[in-house]
Design a protein around this ligand. Structure first.
Ligand code: GAR
Length: 203
């Protein structure tokens, strides 16, 4: 399966996916990394690893026009599955239609709690005792598509946004490649908005 990874920043989830592929935990290849920001740290990770990358700046662009550029690039690289990895833009309906149930996102909360920006800060300020992260399919609404995999972490009394984010991030790096492997293995079927995961077949 050929992955197209969309980033806006640091790129640690992209790196976790690349590491899982290198360790043969994920049977896929990264066809292209696309950043909407020229200064995204994740671009250096792609350069160091010799992974094809492309910057398509989004600043000042209309959503539909921007998404068309990205779709063209994904098609050029024959991408099967689009992975949003800290890509901080909402996708248009036409993007989602171009890759139906083929766009995946990771979000740093237990959705549907705390969608949107600063999910870790939202959980801390709300006073949640448990939060976590979610890998989900993307629809045209914010952080709202079918949930594939979640992982919970405790919120500790002395947590700051930074310590809580770090605890969640470790789980993000674990569950994102796992969720992608479930898709590669065709173990997920959708029943409405429920993603049902088929048991692993035993020898
Ligand atoms: C991650 O925590 C990811 O869950 C979050 O941005 C961070 C990107 O880090 N995404 C969202 O908040 C999307 N709504 P990374 O660039 O190191 O992967």
């Amino acid at each position: 399966m050929r992955l197209g990874i969309l980033i806006s920043g640091r790129g640690s989830n992209f790196e976790a996916i690349a590491n899982a592929i290198a360790r043969r935990k994920l049977d896929a290849e990264i066809a292209i990394v696309i950043s909407n920001r020229a200064n995204a740290g994740g671009l250096d990770i792609a350069r160091e690893r010799g992974i094809p990358l492309r910057v398509i700046e989004s600043r000042g662009m209309q959503r539909e026009a921007y998404d068309k550029l990205v779709i063209d690039e994904l098609r050029t690289h024959e991408v099967d599955l689009v992975c949003l990895a800290g890509f901080m833009r909402l996708l248009s309906a036409s993007f989602v239609e171009a890759y139906p149930n083929r766009v995946v996102n990771i979000h740093p909360s237990l959705l549907p709690a705390f969608p949107g920006l600063d999910a870790q800060r939202q959980a801390l300020e709300y006073g949640a005792k448990i939060t976590g992260c979610t890998v989900h399919l993307v629809d045209e609404f914010l952080d709202s598509g079918p949930i594939l995999v979640q992982s919970a972490v405790p919120v500790l009394e002395d947590d700051t946004v930074e310590t809580l984010s770090a605890r969640i991030l470790a789980q993000e790096h674990a569950i994102y490649p796992k969720a992608l492997q479930l898709i590669v293995d065709r173990r997920i079927t959708l029943q409405g908005r429920r993603a049902v995961v088929k048991e692993e077949e035993r020898e």
